[in-house]
Design a protein around this ligand. Structure first.
Ligand code: ZN
Length: 322
C-alpha cells in the first residue's frame, strides 16, 4: 500500500513509540543491555533440585527505574540444564501462580513453567501489571479480589489516558526480566528467549519484535490478525495499542522478529483467535525469513481450543534455543 513503510528498523521504532517504550524524538535503544537484576534466592535449595519438579523460588526483578517486580524463578536440574533461559509471561488468570501451579494445574497453562524447566531452561516468570500480586489497590472496604480477578479495565484506562498502553508497560517489565535473567550465573546471555500464551503471548510477540537481543519467541493462542480477533470478537481492553493499524498488523509485528527463531502455537478450535486468520497471517511470514536465509517460523496447530499445550511447540523451542 502506498505510503506504508516496509523498512524493519523504521517499523520497529514506530512500534516502540506506540508502546510507550521511547518517546517520539528518542532514537530508541534496543534495550539489550539493561541494568535490571534479580533479588532473592536465585539458587534453588539442593534438596529441591529434582529434574521432575524443580521448586519455584519467589524473587524480585529490580528494574533500572527502581521498580520491584515479583517473579517465580525455576532452575533446571544440573543434569538437564542447557544454559538457555526463558522469560515466561502469563495470560489472563491468577498471574504467575498459574504458571507454576501443579496440583491441580491451571487448565490453560498446564504447569508450563515446570515443563520448560524440565526441558533444561532456567525460567523466570515476572508478574504483569493487573494480575496476581500486581493488581490495582482496592478502595477501603471493597470486597477482596478473587484469585482470578484482574484489574485490566482500570489499568488499561489509567495507561491509555496517560498515552501509554498497559501492554507497553508489560513489555517493558518482561524486558527487565530478560535483562535480569541474562545476569544469572549458569544462563547464557545470548540464549534468553520469551514465551507466553494469550495475553502473555501478546507480550512475548511485542517484546521480541521491539528488542532484537531476544534470542527466540514462543507465542501461543494469540497470533492471528487484529482484524479477525480484537477488532471482531470481544477481548480485554488491556490488548488495545492505539495507532497500530493499519501499518502494524500482527504479521507485520511478527516479521520484525526475523531472522530469529519464532514458534507459533494455535488451537484449531480457538474461538477468540480464529484459526483461518492465523493461517492467513502465518502465510505472510515465510518469505520474510527466507529473505534472510533463515529457517521460517513454525506454526503448530493443536486440535484444541484456547489452551497452551506446549508439546510440539516446546520441542521446537528446545531445538532452536537450547
Ligand atoms: Zn486484560
Amino acid at each position: 500500500m502506498a505510503g506504508r513503510s516496509t523498512n524493519p528498523e523504521l517499523l520497529r521504532g514506530r512500534l516502540r513509540v506506540l508502546l510507550g517504550l521511547v518517546d517520539e524524538h528518542d532514537g530508541g535503544s534496543d534495550g539489550g543491555t539493561g541494568v535490571a537484576e534479580l533479588l532473592g534466592p536465585t539458587e534453588a535449595p539442593a534438596a529441591s533440585r529434582s529434574a521432575l519438579a524443580p521448586e519455584p523460588a519467589l524473587v524480585q526483578v529490580l528494574t533500572a527505574d527502581g521498580d520491584s517486580i515479583p517473579a517465580h524463578l525455576l532452575r533446571p536440574a544440573p543434569d538437564v540444564a542447557t544454559g538457555a533461559g526463558v522469560v515466561l509471561v502469563a495470560g489472563h488468570g491468577r498471574g504467575i501462580d498459574d504458571l507454576v501451579a501443579q496440583d491441580p494445574v491451571d487448565d490453560y497453562h498446564d504447569g508450563l513453567a515446570h515443563k520448560l524447566a524440565r526441558a533444561g531452561f532456567t525460567v523466570l516468570c515476572p508478574e504483569m501489571v493487573s494480575f496476581g500480586r500486581r493488581r490495582f489497590a482496592q478502595a477501603d472496604g471493597a470486597e477482596p479480589y478473587e484469585p482470578t480477578d484482574n484489574t485490566c479495565g482500570i489499568d488499561a484506562a489509567r495507561h491509555l489516558l496517560h498515552g501509554r498502553p498497559v501492554m507497553g508497560h508489560r513489555a517493558a517489565d518482561a524486558q527487565a526480566a530478560v535483562q535480569a535473567l541474562r545476569r544469572l550465573p549458569g544462563v547464557d546471555p545470548d540464549r534468553v528467549g520469551v514465551a507466553g500464551g494469550s495475553g502473555g503471548g501478546a507480550v512475548a510477540l511485542l517484546l521480541a519484535a521491539v528488542d532484537p537481543s531476544i534470542a527466540a519467541a514462543l507465542v501461543a493462542t494469540y497470533f492471528c490478525t487484529f482484524e479477525a480477533s480484537l477488532c471482531s470478537i470481544r477481548h480485554c481492553p488491556c490488548n488495545i495499542i492505539p495507532g497500530l493499524l493499519p501499518e502494524l498488523e500482527m504479521a507485520d509485528i511478527a516479521a520484525l522478529i526475523a531472522p530469529r527463531p519464532l514458534i507459533l502455537e494455535a488451537g484449531e478450535q480457538d474461538r477468540i483467535f480464529p484459526i483461518a486468520a492465523t493461517r492467513a497471517a502465518y502465510a505472510r511470514l515465510e518469505g520474510v525469513w527466507e529473505e534472510h536465509g533463515a529457517t521460517p517460523p513454525e506454526l503448530v496447530v493443536t486440535d484444541g481450543g484456547h489452551a497452551f499445550r506446549a508439546e510440539r511447540s516446546l520441542d521446537a523451542l528446545v531445538e532452536r534455543l537450547a
